[in-house]
Write a protein that binds this ligand. Structure first.
Ligand code: BJW
Length: 245
């Protein structure tokens, strides 16, 4: 049951900006980062894997983790949450998806306007930024780390590790999307990692309604206009349907 006030707002929205995190892909079978029972980082210590220093120390170990996650992403399919957003985009004037996920599932569901804040698992790049990014490089079954076709140096996943800057222009594009939106949804993110976690706060400062969808409370919960408790795959299709009814 959707709150009647929220239902009324949904019927009027024309441009929705959606911030997504690992929880959106959980129902596709991809473990989240910080969930107590299934979080990827209970089995793999993030500090030893998702930093540039870790890669310098032991690139093969870091690649092992990413090769495992690439294989998981390749086997996964978009779930009802990804599909609801792609369908919603077709009916609105705009529905940019600002994602912290690196699995490519929004694009595979059909979303066309996707801003990847933390890069993509599906690409690799040389430590030398002048060398071309390699699409779809497959780290499975090759000696790790895979090697740059230009210089033979070690490739790294084209993702953003802690302490690294976001891809050029990505955060600015996300801020511009927030500035143009009349509604912001924050879905399946723990709202802990900056600067992504600041986007809903930017929207609130502009008076744009903010709705959170999460199975657990987060630091955004007390300030969001609505915080809907449940899975993205259950709630997003209902919100999208309410918007078009
Ligand atoms: C469901 C569900 C279902 C489950 N339905 N919901 C102190 C203060 C402020 C900032 C900092 C600080 N110290 C350091 C920083 C900066 C740092 C940061 O934010 N750290 C915090 C941890 C404190 N940030 C950075 O370093 C960023 N860069 C930066 O700041 O650069 C500055 C700079 C400028 C110029 C030059 C140089 C530097 C970069 C951050 C990069 C984050 N990278 C990672 C790895 C990406 C690659 C990879 O995938 O391996 O990104 S870390 C990890 O966290 C990953 C995620 O995208 C990101 C966010 O996680 P997310 O998506 O929220 O997942 P979870 O697991 O945390 O939460 C899942 C949620 O879903 C939970 O709430 C569940 O309840 C819910 N859920 N199932 C709905 N079915």
């Amino acid at each position: 049951m959707i709150d009647p006030d929220l239902g009324r707002i949904l019927k009027r929205v024309r441009r929705v900006v959606v911030l997504t995190g690992a929880g959106v892909s959980a129902e596709s079978g991809i473990p989240t980062f910080r969930d107590a029972s299934s979080g990827l980082w209970k089995r793999f210590d993030p500090e030893s894997l998702a930093t540039p220093e870790a890669f310098q120390r032991d690139p093969a170990r870091v690649w092992e983790w990413y090769a495992h996650r690439r294989a998981m992403a390749a086997e996964a399919s978009p779930n009802p949450a990804h599909r609801a957003l792609a369908e919603w985009e077709r009916r609105l004037d705009g529905c940019p998806v600002v994602t912290q996920n690196v699995d490519g599932l929004h694009q595979r569901a059909g979303s066309r306007d996707v801003i990847e804040l933390h890069g993509s698992l599906l690409r690799s790049r040389c430590l030398d930024p002048r060398h071309p990014v390699e699409e779809g490089a497959d780290a499975v079954g090759v000696d790790l780390p895979p090697r740059c076709q230009t210089c033979g140096g070690p490739l790294r996943p084209d993702v953003v590790w802690f302490g690294e800057a976001l891809p050029a222009g990505a955060y600015e594009a996300a801020l511009a999307a927030v500035a143009e939106a009349d509604f912001l949804l924050s879905v399946g993110t723990s709202s802990l990692v900056q600067p992504a976690a600041s986007l809903p706060l930017e929207a609130l400062e502009r008076g744009v309604p903010v709705v959170e969808i999460n199975i657990e409370p987060t630091p955004l919960t007390p300030v969001a206009d609505w915080s809907l408790r449940g899975t993205a795959g259950e709630i997003l299709p209902r919100l999208a349907a309410a918007a078009s009814s």
